[in-house]
Design a protein around this ligand. Sequence first.
Ligand code: G6P
Length: 612
Amino acid sequence: MCGIVGYIGSQQAYPILINGLKRLEYRGYDSAGIALVDNQKPNIYKIKGKVSDLENFIGNNSKAGTIGIGHTRWATHGVPNDINAHPHKSMNGKFIIIHNGIIENFSVLKQKLIKRGYSFKSETDTEVLADLIEYIYEFGHVSATDAVRFALSKVQGAYGLAVLCTEEPDKLIAARKSSPLVIGIGENEYFIASDATPFIEYTDKVVYLDNENLAVLTTEGISIKTIKNDEVNPEVQKIDFDFDEIEKGGFKHFMLKEIFEQPKSLNDTMRGRIDLAHHTITLGGLMGVMPRIMNARRIIIVGCGTSWHAGLMGEYLFEEYARIPVEVEYASEFRYRDPIINSEDVVIAISQSGETADTLAAIQVAKQKGALVLGICNVVGSSISRETDAGVYTHAGPEIGVASTKAFTAQVLVLAMMALFIGRAKYNIKPEHYQELIDELISVPEKIEEVLKTSESVEKLAELYKNSPNFIYLGRGCYYPIALEGALKLKEISYIHAIGYPAAEMKHGPIALIDDKMPVVVIAAQDKGYDKIVNNIQEVKARKGIIIAIVNTGDVVISKMADHVLEVPKYKTAIGALITAIPLQLLSYYIAVLRGCNVDQPRNLAKSVTVE
Ligand code: G6P
């Protein structure tokens, strides 16, 4: 939800900001803007559309300035247009700000400012904050930094903020609450951004700003205090980042690159955690909390979107191998109930970005009630990874495509490793079976490699059904979450209406939708529900529905009944079932491309949802 970037130093800020915005565009792409301070004077450029539109708009205008801020927006308050685009200037022009988050009490603050003579150009909550800062600065006769601090003490909501003051043009003020903000430390130069990607070629030293902290950056140094004005000793951390990971690497889209990266990313997820010689799993991140996990009365998994689907897979894996009852909840629902949780519960929060506002809020609820809270995150150093008591990183590498692919498979693999690790520690899994399960885990990347070789046949199938207005996805048992994920992928990037259903539930409603134009994707790989899924396919065929079946190689039964089959290699357990997600990712991708959709930046979506 909005990406912010800032620079102060001796280099020209423009190239850093514009390239930084391109890397942050996954966070929103409704409008973009930049403010540059040159010879103490600001220049602001902003426009509806993408960062490339901003570049064209700026054209040959002055790009000079060694201090600057930039923003790419996912609209919350006010439609995407040039006026609502950030940066926003305060009424008397003394403050220029960019903001990621929501100021919840903005209308109360706005009314108060109107009474004091302020008028507003945009519909945004951010402009209100700019004016509030200016009002305090002018009438309180305080420094720009104090004005920002006092203003933030009046604000309810979330913010990742960067502020320039035209009367103190040699400094950049940054603050955060709930929205992410990381500071890059160079030699007499500093960067701020929503994540570290805008500045990784300049420095690997970072400070993750804590909640309700405010930083003042000048070329002389950096000072961090809390909003209450207490001194903070910043912890400088080193980040390990491979530049190639954020490039397309010859692929047409990030999504395709990320689908094809899965054999590697899953090996990275397992690296250092599975001892091949001794056939054991060790999850270092959980060691300190194992007694509590072993004694857990219940596990509650929370997440949003694709991460919630991974959680549903986790339910099958944990109940089968760890034999602990599991509930899976949308983080957004969980936080607004009064859930009955206590210190015997373990809550697992799953999040690719580690910044999803609803998931963060669910963590707060669980912590307040005394549960042990674990995180499964992809982004190292993200808010969720810092807020949780312990956890396991997915290490899938940066995921740029808005539709999640490699993060999903990595999340499921981590859940599988956790389930086996805990199951073995609880003596629920016999040693021979444990070895077999670990072998299956290790073989997943290789099997995915095999599936990826079939991408051309998936593309041909996409050509046949690219114009279907609706799709149904069916699966039983652990294939049900995969059906949900397949349907989500399709609707997210191709805008085709798709529903995922447990196959047996089809007869209680969705069967009414089936006719000779309805493609029904059935995950029909071999497991204990195989005979039942054969029946469900018959039911669809009896109503002339079109069956696209995902089957194991060599399947002769379903292959004869289905209109189309996509094969995946054989496996023995629910761990291998993960592989069936790959043809569904490819199918969505090719359908969306054939429909001319912007696969990496689907309309209305953002990758990291830092608002409620
Ligand atoms: C957004 C994204 C989804 C993602 C969800 C949860 O809606 O568009 O792809 O699954 O957020 O994100 P998280 O980072 O918490 O996994």
